[in-house]
Ligand binder design. Structure first.
Ligand code: COA
Ligand code: MG
Length: 291
């Protein structure tokens, strides 16, 4: 797995919208996904590529990790989406409607000759898991290439594929949403949660993000600046998590030196796994502090 990095707020920005792209550069986001797919109408597809390429440099200069969401592989747009937008400041590509490892290989085939002429590191791939077949094959997809750093869940296309409707309670996509972080973890990559579409419901977004965090997602895709603060804070260690982590470390390290691997703290068991969890919480806090 690549070195730890922050993937909390992952903002979609339509690739044909210069104003939004400029705005995105001023926002406190970890990742931007410049979209060439479903938020860009057919008539704007060509023009959006040049805009997206330019915006990549602007966003990357602000320390934001930039990905381009290309059109799906079966369209005649995907190859040129990649060729027209590769730049040295781009992290990689979000690939929608992926169906299996062979789709990942197809993207690698497109990337390899392009990379032969560059000296920057290879482009990363973020597969969008948004169909029944992709949910079933998510682990194989996540393992298909070392370029993959995260799986991204897409609940709208998934519920569409299932011939059902999206709801806030999420019964329709609950199983898929639970499966994805397990497949991702088993393959050693991050999982990024689906979009919450109700821009007016901040409490709903907070609850939805909390559920995702508990399922093992490290972040969430978002569509509007007003969703950033809630998502960044949910996917950062909370005050009580930090307090717990410091107390565990303070109590456990001396115990270890005295030859004890299990102790009780506030009447609860603390052993190696809690100690390691505490270290990870502090490491994430450190990553946020030094960003
Ligand atoms: N990225 C960057 N900036 C954004 C943004 C985005 N996704 N969405 C809104 N903004 C900015 C606007 O530029 C505006 O800032 P400004 O006034 O300083 O220019 C501010 O946020 C308020 O925008 P608002 O008027 O509330 O947005 P809207 O009503 O025009 O648009 C959406 C609402 C949902 C259409 C829009 O947010 C959007 O297109 N989101 C992304 C959709 C997408 O990419 N979907 C594909 C994946 S699901
Ligand atoms: Mg979609």
């Amino acid at each position: 797995m690549a070195p730890p990095r922050l993937v909390r707020s992952v903002l979609y920005v339509p690739g044909n919208n210069r104003r939004f792209l400029e705005k995105a550069a001023s926002l406190d986001i970890d990742v931007a996904i410049i979209d060439l797919e479903d938020s860009v109408p057919q008539s704007e597809k060509q023009g959006a590529r040049a805009i997206a390429r330019e915006a990549t440099d602007l966003l990357a200069a602000k320390g934001i990790d930039v990905f381009i969401r290309i059109n799906a592989l079966p369209t005649d747009l995907a190859v040129d989406d990649i060729r027209a937008t590769v730049g040295s400041h781009l992290r990689g590509f979000v690939v929608p409607k992926i169906e299996g490892p062979e789709d990942v290989s197809r993207v690698e085939e497109i990337l390899s000759p392009i990379e032969a002429n560059r000296d920057s590191p290879g482009f990363e791939i973020l597969p969008l898991i948004e169909s029944a077949i992709a949910v079933v094959r998510a682990f194989e997809i996540a393992r298909a290439s070392p370029r993959i750093v995260a799986l991204v869940f897409g609940a709208f296309d998934f519920t569409f594929d299932m011939r059902t409707n999206w709801s806030k309670e999420g019964t329709e996509y609950e199983f898929a949403r639970q499966k994805l972080p397990i497949d991702a973890r088993a393959a050693g990559v991050y999982a990024i949660d689906t979009v919450y579409p109700d821009l007016e419901d901040e409490e709903g977004l907070a609850k939805d993000s909390e559920v995702a965090k508990r399922l093992g997602y490290t972040g969430k895709t978002i569509i509007h600046p007003k969703q950033i603060a809630v998502v960044n804070s949910t996917f950062s260690p909370t005050k009580s998590e930090l307090e717990w982590a410091r107390r565990v470390i303070d109590a456990y390290e001396p115990a270890l030196r005295q030859g004890k691997g299990a102790i009780s703290l506030d009447g609860k068991l603390v052993d190696m796994v809690h100690y390691r969890r505490a270290q990870e919480i502090l490491a994430l806090d450190d990553l946020i502090a030094h960003r």
